[in-house]
Design a binder for this molecule. Structure first.
Ligand SMILES: Nc1ncnc2c1ncn2[C@@H]1O[C@H](COP(=O)(O)OP(=O)(O)OP(=O)(O)O)[C@@H](O)[C@H]1O
Length: 571
């Protein structure tokens, strides 16, 4: 901010000086013209002083050179200012988003961050450019009016009076621009969210053959946004012509006053006219910059309020470093997304090091929410999750992240090499560790069969891989960080039997080394579990060995039966 203010002040100073020199130059030029017409060897008088024509010419040339230097300097400051603002705003917005809690990040619609970092930041940069133009125009106007007052005060003051009236005429117009532009900002966000969503639904769109409906939706949103844009542009565009007509009227008033006052110094009249006409130009620039600022302002407001919201919800965490992740304990944990609707109530459990824990329950029971609480991504509304006796809210985030890993149902890969995808930006994971993790995840042979092995480049989002390969890569990614605990949210639900068996073997081999919590719908995946937790309607209704659950848990018995595995077959 200090750098911004410093550059803005410097720009204002340079612009003002440049405008004063320009005004001075115009006065000299008028004087020279008048001297030539009247055949006198001196220029003036201005404010009671006259100078020789030769001196006036040299002075004019000197002023011109200095003014060019000042103008170029102003252009450079302005360019640096906008570059600085773009970089700073992108950093501020992205850092605020990345520092926000999972609650807030998850709630943001698709495409929101992209829209904020592109369109909205561009608008902020645009506002700064316009602001620098407005400052330059305002200070130039002041410099010109000061020069005019020095030449003749009465007519100048009359013109200034009428120009001030113009300002009040333009106020409602500016308000209209601001309001419409606010609506445009909202339309833009809706448009980018919809486009991001539609982009992610390509497969479904093709399958259901509903491309024309998608096109209709984009058309409707485009029309809505462009209609707002048209309104904003019309209003902003009207600023300048309205200003210029009223300002010309002001000039007429100035001339009338000069006539009425019986003003006879022709050189001074010429200079004032020239100064006034040039002032009108700066005034016009000021009016259009004023309109453009009103159009940018809602984007600035929205960006600022979004960044504030991100900052107000930073992920919890403290400075405590427990001895280990386990025993991992939930004590009286309650959680709700909405005040009136509890998602989890009174959950208590303790998980020991090296255990493999299955989590089962009907859809919507709260299993994924529990996983997110265990990972420290969400905080309980009541009670606590504790790692080796320390409340997760007090645990050092960097320490915690280096010890836990997560595998989602839908493995997310990014454009880059296989090694980069496995390393996932965690420096310090060497190639040998990557090989070991790939071996553990049963994917090493397939990677070895690729011509470039770990250096194979994955296309956008790893599109060339099968669901099972992606999922095993995702498990290898989790294992590469050497975690103490790994949480898997339905890792096999979308996979075929062979892929599922490969993953089951991987997890079984981790028994005793890594604590595994696996949410599963497939009962076969639960074969390898030491204990299974049953979650129903937000409550933990059982947490016991598979044998005990087969005996006592109604849900588990039903689920086994549904999966075609009868209790007597297992006994
Ligand atoms: N981000 C969210 N905002 C609001 N409500 C949510 C959110 N995520 C989940 N819910 C709601 O919380 C409840 C529990 O959801 P959760 O995803 O934890 O269940 P689940 O047992 O994992 O379900 P499934 O097996 O279908 O994945 C559901 O009623 C769900 O609609």
């Amino acid at each position: 901010m200090a750098a911004f203010r410093g550059r803005m002040t410097l720009l204002a100073g340079v612009s003002f000086l440049g405008a004063l020199l320009e005004a001075f130059f115009l006065v000299i030029v008028t004087g020279l013209g008048m001297a030539l017409v009247s055949g006198v060897p001196t220029v003036g008088p201005f404010m009671g002083h006259s100078i020789a024509m030769g001196s006036a010419l040299v002075l004019g040339a000197f002023v011109l050179v200095v003014r060019v230097i000042l103008n170029l300097w102003a252009v450079r400051i302005s360019a640096r200012l906008t570059a600085h603002v773009t970089t700073e705003q992108r950093l501020i917005a992205s850092h605020a988003y990345l520092g926000a809690s999972w609650d807030v990040q998850e709630a943001e619609p698709a495409g929101r961050l992209q829209e904020l970092l592109t369109t909205f930041v561009n608008r902020v940069t645009g506002a700064v450019t316009v602001l620098t133009q407005a400052i330059t125009a305002l200070l130039s106007l002041i410099a010109f009016l000061a020069a005019s007052v020095a030449v003749d005060s009465l007519s100048t003051l009359a013109v200034v009076g009428v120009l001030s009236l113009v300002g009040t005429v333009l106020v409602p117009l500016r308000r209209g621009i601001r309001r419409r532009s606010g609506e445009l900002a909202i339309s833009n966000l809706a448009f980018s969210n919809a486009v991001a969503e539609l982009g992610a639904l390509g497969l479904e769109m093709q399958t259901f053959g509903v491309q024309t409906r998608f096109a209709d939706r984009i058309d409707a949103l485009t029309r809505q946004a462009t209609e707002r844009q048209r309104q904003v542009q019309t209003l902003s565009g009207a600023m300048s012509p309205i200003y210029i007509s009223v300002a010309y009227a002001a000039l007429l008033v100035g001339i009338a006053i000069l006539g009425l006052a019986g003003f006879s110094n022709l050189t001074a009249v010429g200079a004032i006219m020239l100064l006034m006409l040039r002032s009108l130009n700066y005034g016009q620039q000021l009016a259009s910059a004023w309109g453009a600022l009103a159009a940018h302002a809602p984007f600035l407001d929205r960006l600022e309020s979004t960044v504030e919201a991100y900052r107000a919800s930073t992920a919890s965490g403290g400075v405590s470093v427990p001895d280990a992740v386990t025993p991992l304990e939930a004590r009286g944990v309650d959680f709700a997304y909405r005040m009136d609707q509890p998602t989890l109530t009174g959950v208590n459990f303790q998980i020991e090091a090296g255990e493999i824990i299955g989590v089962v329950g009907p859809s919507g029971a709260g299993k994924s929410t529990l996983a997110q609480l265990v990972l420290g991504l969400r905080d309980p509304k009541r009670g606590a999750v504790l790692a080796c006796g320390v409340d997760l809210r007090k645990v050092d985030r960097a320490w915690w992240s280096s010890r836990v890993a997560f595998v989602a149902q839908d493995a997310k890969l990014f454009t880059g090499t296989l090694a980069e995808n496995l390393r996932f930006f965690r420096d310090g994971i060497d190639n040998e560790t990557l090989r070991r993790a790939a071996h553990q995840a049963n994917i090493l042979t397939e990677i070895g069969a690729l011509p470039l092995g770990f250096d194979t480049h994955l296309g956008e989002r790893g599109g060339a891989l099968s669901g099972g390969q992606r999922q095993r890569l995702s498990i290898a990614r989790a294992l590469a960080g050497d975690p103490e605990i790994i949480v898997l949210d339905e890792p096999t639900s979308a996979l075929d039997g062979i892929s599922e068996r490969l993953i089951r073997d991987t997890l079984a081999a981790l028994k005793g080394q890594v604590t595994v919590i696996i949410i599963a719908h497939r009962m076969s995946t639960l074969d390898i579990c030491d204990r299974i937790m049953v979650i129903e309607r937000g409550r933990m209704t059982a947490f016991d060995s598979p044998d005990a659950l087969r005996r006592d848990s109604g849900f588990y018995q039903n689920a086994m039966a549904t999966a075609g595995i009868m209790p007597d077959q297992r006994a």
